[in-house]
Design a protein around this ligand. Structure first.
Ligand code: ADP
Ligand code: MG
Length: 876
């Protein structure tokens, strides 16, 4: 027998602290037991299936000045007062059993104060089996038909398993069963009525996917940790009723895989739920007896019930267990009913009991500290040492927290008010524990043998089952043997007949053997063929597999490449998005700028239009002003000319009068005023008045003025020879329709086409136009200014009737302007001399008239009179 490697509890495959293994938090559940009496004060309320709320009871509120506190605590799941044992088992323990059957470790605690229902939850009560019997039931339901024969697996003291062949196991069985004190319980025994109700589990529960090509063995052990000592509750010690020996405590040891175990602890192989529970019950009884004997408080000890499942594969034939220790898988489920978590003073223990209680408290305290340190290490990545070794309890289970396994904790609470403070402590412990993570156990690939071996063997009619043996069937098919009873000494027929029959049988047997060997050879060949086919298929499948693996690895590479590409593209997209944002911002800014510029432009455009309109208005206004001005000036000019003409006319009249006057009158030099008076007295023509445009038109019509030359002509009998002749000559030269006032009009008319009418001339004048060398000329500012300058220093002022602008003339000046020197100063736009000499002649006549007048005046006034008018030299 070689020792098999144990894996209880299994070490993780990954290094400590490695982040590669998956972790699960410790599953913490809460079970609230019902109140013992319905009128009790309740301080715990189930809010929902994950939350409970603690209310401060009345008494505590009074102690704390009415301070009322309500705190909620969350759990993976909360089980209220009506939760059945089955419901709890299904949620909490079922997965642990399933794991156990699949080779994984599990640890389940019940935690709480005394009387909160820990034992009720773990063990149950009659008719209400707890988690323990249910776990056992599920295990045996699952592996029932695949169990190994007793003693095939044998536990050793190195925390591992030995394996032996079925014959050895049979021998050991016979040996032990022959012993007077049967240590091993028989599965066929009657169930103890004491606990029969507890294990009578009606709800059938079974694990899925149990490996049928393995054989299983179940071993249970039951220990108690009291006052930090470990006691084996299944140890068989001969009982000495006279001097009962105190139970020996056990030590913890570490196996070669660094797993902790109780050295020398009894492990009992069990084949059924009843058997297993009987073992447990035995332990319980022992515990009770010891407590009574040693005056111990049972609630102050931790009880640990271990269920170890050993699993070994069948050999290739599927007949027997494979004798390879390396192939043995051991998994363990530990069900721990912890001691009451209440503080020492609550039980009012004294002396030795107090010290013990302190120790028990100490182990719970250590458990609490371990959880806190673990949580801290996991949350903050620290590497603080977890004080597992401070108590036996934590030391024993250190591998569950350090290594791998599934850990679950059921927090049992009694909602009664007296337990409030203790319940608070329990809740806080639960809070911490929930945050601790434990490495998830990994699945282990079991041997490399073809699956389905067990049933293949059975199909061949293998040794499994109760069917009649083949040999028996064959024997039955032989002809019956003749009677072999020898009746007398001389009977010589019976024996030879028997011999003959036996020989026949022998011959038949021989034939059958030959046939059998032939068939077996054929069958072997067939098997060989089949094996070969299977091998070929295997190879083919392997080839296919490797191909597929290659494809998969290629695809993985492709995926990696694509992922990288994806990342790059994502990065690019990010950059592009950022760029887009920047561009959009730019665009917005530019648009805003554009809008501003547009508004500016529009404003400027409207300003421009306004300015244009204003300028247009100004231009129109100015044009109108100038037109008016021109008209005004034309009128003024006409007036001036009329005045001049009138003056000349007057002078001529005076001259005529002088000429025609009798020479007897004494010459007298008249003052200018008097002359003027005379002139005004003598003159019949109207005095020159400032003329409006209409008046000018009237004048130009010549109706009124036409009579004046007639007056001149009437006084044509002049005595002075030269002057008279000159006047006569001048009068003769004037066409009969011309008036002296209209001299300029006549001069203009001469330049015009012969068919043009007078009104036309007047209208031309009105428009301020002169006919100069056949073209129309607008009077320029310069000419106007010259005229203004001429008038600036003169004294008498004639005001035009409508214009309001002053035009200054003196009579003398008017005369002067008529003089050759004055003429030189006239506007260049004034009518120039005509090439036919009409103007020159006219000027000449004027000059001659003036000279004649001067001369006459000179003769009248005497030698003091100075000639103003000088005869102008006439060009040929
Ligand atoms: P503990 O082990 O925590 O000290 P027990 O399990 O011994 O507490 O429970 C004390 C009493 O309360 C027992 O009589 C038990 O039957 C009863 N009890 C506990 N929990 C429940 C429950 N959920 N439903 C009914 N009775 C319960
Ligand atoms: Mg209990």
């Amino acid at each position: 027998m070689k020792p098999a490697r144990t894996k209880t509890p299994r070490k993780p495959l990954v290094k400590k602290g490695s982040q590669t293994s998956l972790k699960d938090p410790v599953g913490v559940y809460c079970r609230v037991r019902p109140l013992s009496f319905p009128d009790q004060e309740c301080c715990i309320e189930v809010i929902n299936n994950t939350t409970v709320q603690l209310h401060t009871p009345e008494g505590y509120r009074l102690n704390r000045n009415g301070d009322y506190k309500e705190t909620q605590y969350s759990f993976k799941q909360v089980f209220g007062t009506h939760t059945t044992q089955k419901e709890l088992f299904d949620v909490v323990a079922n997965p642990l059993v399933d794991d156990l059957i699949h080779g994984k470790n599990g640890l389940l605690f019940t935690y709480g104060v005394t009387g909160s229902g820990k034992t009720y939850t773990m063990t149950g009560s009659p008719g209400e089996g707890g988690l323990l019997p249910r776990c056992l039931d599920m295990i045996f339901n699952s592996i029932g038909s695949f169990q190994a024969k007793r003693y095939v697996f044998k536990s050793n003291d190195r925390n591992s398993m030995d394996i032996q062949c079925e014959v050895d196991a049979l021998l050991e069985r016979q040996k032990r069963e022959g012993m007077p004190n049967p240590k091993t319980p028989s599965s066929k025994r009657q169930v103890d009525p004491e606990f029969a109700d507890m294990i009578n589990v009606k709800d059938f529960c079974k694990a899925e996917e149990v490996d049928e090509d393995s054989v299983y063995g179940v071993f249970v052990s039951y220990i108690e940790i009291y006052n930090n000592y470990i006691y084996d509750l299944l140890e068989e010690v001969p009982f000495d009723p006279i001097k009962p020996k105190p139970p020996q405590s056990k030590l913890l040891r570490e196996d070669k895989n660094h797993n902790m175990y109780v050295a020398g602890c009894t492990e009992v192989e069990v084949k059924s739920t009843e058997e297993a529970f009987e073992v447990f019950w035995r332990g319980q009884k022992k515990r009770r007896i010891a407590n009574t004997h040693l005056n111990r408080e049972s609630s102050r000890s931790h009880s640990v019930f271990n269920i170890k499942l050993v699993q070994a594969p069948l050999d290739a034939d599927g007949d027997n267990v494979l004798q390879e220790k390396e192939q043995i898988t051991i998994s363990q489920l530990s069900l721990v009913d912890l001691a009451g978590s209440e503080r020492t003073n609550r039980t009012k223990a004294e002396g030795n009991r107090l010290r013990e209680a302190g120790n028990i408290n100490q182990s719970l305290m250590t458990l609490r500290t371990c959880m806190e340190v673990l949580r801290e290490n996991q949350m903050y990545g620290t590497n603080k040492m977890v004080p597992y070794r401070d108590s036996k309890l934590t030391h024993l289970f250190k591998n569950y927290f350090d290594g791998e396994g599934k850990v679950r904790l059921i927090v049992c609470v009694n909602p009664k008010a007296e337990d409030y403070e203790e319940s608070l402590q329990v809740m806080r412990f639960a809070e911490v524990t929930q945050e601790v993570e434990v490495a998830r156990p990994v699945d282990k690939a079991i041997c490399g043998l073809t699956p389905g071996r067990r049933y293949r063997n059975q199909a061949r009619g293998g040794p499994v089952g109760d069917e009649p043996l083949v040999t028996e069937v064959i024997l039955q098919s032989f002809p019956p043997l003749p009677s072999c009873e020898i009746l007398d000494v001389n009977d010589e027929q019976t024996l030879p007949r028997l011999i003959e029959a036996l020989e026949k049988r022998h011959h038949l047997r021989q034939m059958m053997i030959d046939e059998f060997s032939k068939q077996s050879i054929t069958f072997k060949a067939l098997l060989q063929e089949f094996d070969n086919a299977v091998l070929n298929k295997d190879n083919y499948i392997q080839g296919k597999l490797s191909e597929k693996e290659k494809v998969i690895s290629g695809q993985k590479l492709e995926i990696e490449r694509l992922e990288k590409k994806n990342k790059t593209l994502e990065y690019k997209i990010e950059i592009l998005e950022k760029t887009t944002t920047i561009y959009e911002e730019d665009k917005r800014t530019l648009q805003q700028e554009l809008e501003t510029q547009n508004q500016k432009l529009q404003r400027q455009f409207s300003d421009k239009r306004r300015l244009e309109a204003r300028l247009q208005g100004m231009v129109t206004e100015t044009t109108m002003k100038w037109e008016k001005e021109c008209e005004r000036r034309v009128a003024a000019k006409q007036l001036e000319m009329q005045n001049k003409l009138w003056v000349k006319d007057e002078k001529l009249k005076q001259l005529k009068a002088i000429v025609t006057e009798p020479k007897t009158e004494k010459p007298e030099r008249p003052s200018r005023e008097r002359d003027r008076e005379k002139v005004s007295q003598r003159s019949v023509s109207p005095s020159p008045l400032p003329l409006s445009g209409n008046y000018i038109a009237q004048i130009s019509s010549g109706q009124q003025l036409m009579s004046q030359p007639q007056l001149h002509r009437r006084s044509n009998s002049c005595s002075s020879i030269s002057v008279a002749s000159c006047i006569t000559e001048w009068e003769q030269k004037i066409p009969p329709y011309n008036t002296p006032l209209n001299v300029t009009s006549i001069a203009r008319r001469r330049q015009q086409e012969p068919g043009q009418s007078n009104t036309c001339v007047v209208s031309d004048r009105r428009r301020g136009m002169y006919w100069t060398e056949g073209r129309e000329v607008v009077p320029t500012l310069r000419n106007e200014i010259e005229i203004e300058e001429d008038h600036c220093y003169r004294g008498d002022v004639y005001k035009t009737r409508g214009g309001g602008q002053s035009v200054q003339f003196t009579e003398v000046e008017t005369l002067k302007q008529e003089s050759p020197t004055g003429r030189k100063r006239r506007s260049p736009t004034a009518a120039p001399a005509q090439p036919d000499g009409t103007e020159s002649e006219w000027t000449d006549v004027e000059t001659r008239c003036a000279v004649a007048v001067e001369m006459k005046a000179g003769s009248l006034l005497g030698p003091g009179y100075q000639h103003h008018a000088q005869p102008k030299r006439k060009k040929p």
